[in-house]
Design a protein around this ligand. Structure first.
Ligand SMILES: [Cu+2]
Length: 158
């Protein structure tokens, strides 16, 4: 340790002398400052990105929405009654609820379709004329011709 002290002292002495000489130098030579060339940034070793383990998530297949079977505009079932020979044919007609029944008058004489309890009543039907009614509720509907009361018919809705 004791040897280091003179060494350092002599080092500073040299530095002082050199600096003193530099200060008294008539033409100070511009000592080029060493350009610190920027050391290239240490390239980070490209650590391989962790490959994502493909975890296959069993996505449940979307269950199809049960589309209603009912169509947008359900066409009503149709049935027909012919008026011929001053009689309804068939005299008794059985239909399901929602059925549209159409009467057609094939007689020369006019006829009507009037329920006995006045639930429905057609206008006077001339030859070839038709009249329709949809029976939505179940039940038995007796009707007659208001012009010829002997003409009777029945609609049974199930
Ligand atoms: Cu009639």
């Amino acid at each position: 340790m004791t040897k280091l002290v003179p060494v350092t002292l002599s080092f500073f002495a040299i530095v002082l002398v050199l600096s003193g000489c530099a200060g008294t130098a008539p033409t100070p030579v511009a000592t080029p400052t060493p350009q610190l060339t920027p050391s290239p940034a240490p390239t980070l070793a490209a650590t391989p990105a962790p490959t994502p383990t493909a975890t296959l998530v069993a996505t449940a297949a979307p269950t199809p929405v049960a589309t209603p079977v009912r169509t947008a505009t359900p066409a009503p079932a149709e049935a027909s009654v012919t008026i011929s020979g001053f009689a309804f044919e068939p005299q008794t007609l059985t239909v399901s609820a929602g059925t549209q029944v159409t009467w057609t008058n094939n007689d020369q004489a006019p006829h009507t379709v009037v329920s006995n309890d006045r639930l429905f009543e057609s206008p006077s039907l001339s030859r070839g004329a038709t009249w329709s009614r949809i029976f939505n509720t179940a039940g038995t509907f007796d009707y007659h011709c208001s012009i010829h009361p002997s003409m009777t018919g029945r609609i049974v809705v199930e």
